[in-house]
Design a protein. Structure first.
Length: 135
């Protein structure tokens, strides 16, 4: 794993959260994107070498809506940049970590993503992400 790529934060109201984080970080949101397959809208901020990703539910049956209903707003996941997501998935699976999917899927910010079960990381959802080249 190369570095923390971003920290994902689940929010109830994306527009209000964007204003809040722009003030907090003293920097504008540089990108908004919808991920239809996950029923989520995202907003990104740069802070040093890492990013903050705000996650807002697009539908009441989205994973983010369920997360907020159970736990409230807050940190949803920590994402780590990897060079070869499939190799990392294989390495972690062989080491006994539970992956939440068998194959990486397309996520926001031009990334392939895969998640590890929070029970394997002291209650923290971990995302592996690899940039999609040539896009």
């Amino acid at each position: 794993m190369n570095k923390i790529e971003h920290i994902g934060i689940a929010v109830k109201n994306l527009d209000e959260a964007i204003k809040n984080w722009e003030t907090l970080l003293g920097a504008p949101c540089y990108k908004k994107e919808s991920v239809a397959s996950e029923k989520v809208d995202t907003a990104f901020f740069r802070t040093g070498e890492s990013k903050i990703e705000l996650l807002g539910a697009r539908a009441p049956d989205s994973v983010i809506a369920g997360f907020i209903e159970k736990r409230g707003e807050g940190m949803h996941h920590v994402a780590f940049e990897v060079d070869d997501i499939r190799a990392e998935m294989k390495r972690l699976s062989e080491a006994g970590y539970r992956l939440l999917q068998e194959e990486p899927k397309r996520g926001a910010d031009n990334k392939l993503v895969a998640f590890l079960h929070p029970k394997n990381a002291n209650g923290v959802l971990v995302e592996l992400c690899q940039s999609i080249e040539g896009e």
